[in-house]
Write a protein that binds this ligand. Structure first.
Ligand code: NAP
Ligand code: MG
Length: 494
């Protein structure tokens, strides 16, 4: 253990709260069923490479069955049900998530590699909060600003990534169900387990069969959902590349679509910022969840006259980060989610060095087994460098400098993305001035990576379109709703 770190005894969370089956079918029509035309694959713990369970890779016929189950449930039960009754089911699910929070948190950390501190204190509480929040909307939709009698869209096909598996499920399923839609959801190939446990929670809540269907699988399964004729609405979170392919495939069909894609957020530190707080914000901005965060503050812009001081404090802080066992309650940075993602991070970091940027990694011992990458920063980065332009989706920060607020804005906006941004300054007027000019769906001031179900989230430009969360998040799941409904300024800009 390096100097500056306190010695802590191991504090592992017990895995015994999780009751894993060796093999999982698909959750269709309220039951776990074997595949018709698919096959099985394994999901591993990225921290140890241990196989956790065998999961089904759904084929096109499986997807068809799930969509038909969702349609039947929509026509016969869920569509006609009153908002008040739908709300009761959602409140019940939210309470069950709270009751089973520890089990969900441990399973999320096992399958994804994220620290238990984060799954326990951030992911799962936010999952429950999302269900509570949209449960509250279910009987008040006529007051949401989408007309006197807003109608659901029908069957929603939803495809989500691996970085916040259960939280992304909640962002998709809670508003869809509140509005009266039924869903077919595919979790990511590397993190299917909490979605399958959520399926058990739906059973426990006596949710009518077919309202929620979970089909596990890989890219082809996702594609089969997106392309299925029985799907009325597609909701996707993932890479910009796949998002573009989905946009092409639904073009010319009556399907509604929302896309939440990648990002390369600027985190802007002015010379009057409280620097210790700013350093905490920088660390949280890029090393939270191993940097597997679409809105991560992956481009740090520091005002030139405080650059040396910020860099010095940042390195000192990074040297205290604990990297290792995701189930240890003292761990700050867990495992990289997959071998494939580790390769991508390593490759882009090599490109950064080859292009002339200077690399520094926190001194830490990485475990022998599993997928690991030390928290890393690059200095001497210019706007033309690939590590300043492309999303790395890992614990790697590119540091640039600026002199004036105008230069900060210009550099911050010089990206094909526009999901989030951060501003650190003592001046309230400067925060507002910056927020007005930054082309990003979310602007955090003197904080970073804060999420709340009441607050809309989404991107500009190649970060996607449509909003999730808040009242805006209802629009995507209502016939009258327009994804850009909301503040007129936002509609004009998006
Ligand atoms: P990805 O490859 O696009 O995968 C996302 C999901 O789509 C996965 O379930 C994936 O299945 C599936 N998929 C792959 N190919 C598909 C296709 N042709 N048609 C339909 N579905 C398909 O993204 P990722 O690498 O897993 O996730 C990281 C990306 O997500 C990053 O770019 C990140 O910024 C973005 N993200 C955005 C947000 C946001 O809210 N804006 C939030 C989180 C993440 P497999 O699991 O089998 O690949
Ligand atoms: Mg896994």
């Amino acid at each position: 253990m390096s100097a500056g770190k306190f010695e802590y005894a191991p504090a592992p969370e017990s895995r015994s709260v999780v009751d894993l089956r060796s093999s999982y079918g698909l959750f269709v029509g309220g039951e776990f069923v074997p595949t018709v035309d698919g096959r099985m694959f394994k999901t591993v713990s990225p921290a140890t490479e241990e196989v956790l369970a065998e999961v089904t890779e759904a084929g096109a016929e499986d997807v068809d069955r799930a969509v038909r189950a969702a349609r039947t449930a929509y026509d016969s039960v869920w569509g006609p049900m009153s908002g008040r009754d739908r709300g009761k089911f959602l409140f019940r699910i939210a309470r069950l998530i709270q009751e089973r929070a520890r089990e969900l948190a441990v399973l999320e950390s096992l399958d994804n590699g994220k620290p238990i501190r984060e799954s326990r204190d951030v992911d799962i509480p936010l999952v429950a909060a999302h269900f509570f929040y949209y449960a509250g909307w279910a009987d008040k939709l006529e007051y949401a600003g989408f007309g006197a009698d807003p109608r659901p869209v029908g069957v929603a096909g939803q495809v989500i990534p691996w970085n916040f598996p259960l939280l992304m499920l909640a962002w998709k399923i809670a508003p869809a169900l509140a509005c009266g839609n039924t869903v077919v959801l595919k979790p990511a190939e590397t993190t299917p387990l909490t979605a399958l446990l959520f399926a058990e929670i739906c059973q426990q809540a006596d949710l009518p069969p077919g309202v929620v269907n979970i089909v596990t699988g890989a890219g082809a399964t996702g594609q089969a959902i997106v392309e299925h004729e029985g799907v009325d609405k597609v909701a996707f979170t993932g890479s910009t590349e796949v998002g573009k392919a989905i946009a092409r495939s639904v073009a010319g069909t009556p399907k509604k679509v929302t896309l939440e894609l990648g990002g390369k957020a600027a985190n802007v530190v002015f010379d009057d910022a409280p620097l210790d707080q700013a350093v905490e914000g920088i660390v949280n901005g890029i090393f939270f969840n191993q940097g597997h965060v679409c809105c991560a503050g992956s481009r740090l812009l520091v005002q030139e006259n405080v650059y040396d001081e910020v860099l010095d404090r940042l390195k000192r802080r990074m040297a205290t980060l604990r990297v290792g066992d995701p189930l240890d309650k003292n761990t700050d940075v867990g495992a990289i989610n997959s071998a494939e993602q580790l390769r991508r991070i390593a490759t882009l970091s090599e490109v950064g060095e080859a292009e002339g940027a200077e690399r520094w990694s926190a001194p830490c011992e990485l475990p022998d087994r599993g997928y690991w990458f030390a928290p890393t920063i690059f200095t001497g980065v210019t706007q033309a460098h690939r590590i300043a332009r492309e999303e790395i989706f890992g614990p790697v920060l590119s540091i640039l400098t600026f002199r004036t607020p105008a230069e900060a804005v210009e550099k911050a906006n010089n990206t094909p993305y526009g999901l989030s941004a951060g501003v650190w300054t003592e001046k309230g007027s400067r925060i507002l001035w910056m927020a007005d000019r930054l082309r990003a769906g979310v602007v955090w001031a003197n904080t970073f990576n804060r999420f709340d179900p009441t607050s809309p989230f989404g991107g500009y430009k190649e970060s996607g379109h449509g909003r999730e969360g808040g009242r805006h998040g209802l629009a995507a799941y209502l016939q009258a709703g327009h994804p850009k409904a909301g503040h007129p300024k936002e509609a004009a800009r998006a």
